[in-house]
Design a protein around this ligand. Structure first.
Ligand code: F6P
Length: 364
């Protein structure tokens, strides 16, 4: 007789288009096997507030694949190994509450957790696996910086949104003979910037992997000007760095948060361009628009495939692994292996070479 399982799923870190599609696929694939599925609220914190755990049924997930965000909620301050705990006076400290999570997981009789998240959440999943929790990871991030998979879900949508925004900037830049400097997300990886910049016909793309020289950027803009191309689009990754300089942050990391908040490089670059070339420059930050709304068809399909593959992995008893796209297949990669890779834009890879062949300046 087939073993009836009771599994749970959580979504951690920043939201990304496709999270609901993973939840739908996991729920459907599990229910079609006669299993029970539960949704843990707000990443791992839901294991500490177990009264909020919800029973997921086919009716509850019907049609959610096309909806952005996550019906389970998410947080990037919910690491149970270093959870911020505050007293009435507002004084906070970090505590290791991982044993409480393990106790609740066992008490509730779960057979497995599907942990959907970026590098931070998958690292937590791996640490719980080491404590004996049967975990299977699903790689999520618009930044596309998770190793072991060709792409994570959410990335295609973010690139599409950024490309559409860049397309729209062309008409304003052209009408005013302006330099429009647009900052996109990606943390310390330039995947969103380079892919949206190339697709959106940018003149300059600045990515963390290629430290830039502002003089070279300005030379490119002045050369364009001499050729009668009086406006320009500059795409700046939020983690871009000048040669010998550093990223610009908005403070942090706050208590319980793994990463600093990046931002401000586009404004800095626009100011420098104005100062050095005398050209009218404006900056804008696309920010969280890149994570919002409906996932593209690619992301929907990838998320559904990832979710279904996660349930097949549980059925096969393969834990402490992550589902991954190694085209054209969905495979399982050990979490340890995936987490050991720092995925970045290859500076001598095809995408950068394509940009250079198109005449795009990378500031180097
Ligand atoms: O990792 C996804 C991401 O959107 C990054 O691109 C960005 O730096 C960060 O999250 C923003 O985090 P928050 O939502 O906390 O502002």
């Amino acid at each position: 007789m087939l073993q009836r399982k009771k599994i749970c799923i959580n979504t951690g870190g920043g939201d990304a288009p496709g999270l609901n599609a993973v939840i739908e696929a996991v729920t459907m694939a599990a229910c079609n096997r006669g299993w029970e599925v539960y949704g843990i609220k707000s990443g791992y914190t839901g294991f500490l507030n177990t009264e909020e755990i919800i029973h997921l049924t086919p009716e509850k997930v019907d049609g959610i694949a096309s909806i952005g965000g996550t019906i389970l909620g998410s947080t990037n301050k919910g690491n149970p190994f270093m959870m911020p705990v505050c007293n009435a006076a507002g004084e906070c400290e970090q505590r290791d509450l991982s044993d409480r999570v393990m106790d609740n997981f066992r008490r509730l009789g779960f057979d497995a957790l599907v942990a959907v998240g970026g590098d931070g959440s998958l690292d937590i999943a791996h640490r719980f696996a080491a404590k004996g929790m049967p975990v299977i990871g699903v790689p999520k991030t618009i930044d596309n910086d998770i190793g072991g998979t060709v792409v994570s879900f959410g990335f295609d949508t973010a690139v599409s949104i950024a490309t559409e925004a860049i397309d729209r900037l062309h008409s304003t830049a052209r009408s005013h003979d302006r330099v429009m400097v647009v900052e996109v997300m990606g943390r310390n990886a330039g995947f969103i910037a380079i892919n949206s910049g190339i697709s959106g016909n940018a003149d300059v793309i600045l990515i963390p992997e290629i430290p830039f020289n502002i003089d070279i950027v300005c030379e490119k803009l002045m050369e364009n000007e001499l050729r009668g191309h009086k406006y320009a689009i500059v795409v700046v990754a939020e983690g871009a760095v000048p040669i010998g300089g550093d990223v610009i942050t908005k403070g942090g990391p706050e208590l319980g948060r793994q990463h600093v908040i990046l931002g401000g490089m586009a404004e800095h670059v626009a100011k420098e361009i104005s100062l050095r070339t005398g050209k009218d420059s404006r900056s804008l930050v696309l920010g969280h628009l890149q994570r919002g709304g409906s996932p593209t068809t690619f992301d929907r399909r990838l998320s559904l495939r990832f979710g279904a593959a996660a349930v097949r992995a549980i059925e096969a008893g393969k834990f402490d692994h992550m589902v991954a796209l190694q085209s054209p297949d969905i495979v399982l990669v050990p979490l340890e292996e995936a987490l050991s890779i720092q995925k970045r834009v290859q500076v001598d890879g095809d995408t950068v070479l394509t940009g250079r062949d198109l005449g795009i300046c990378f500031g180097d």
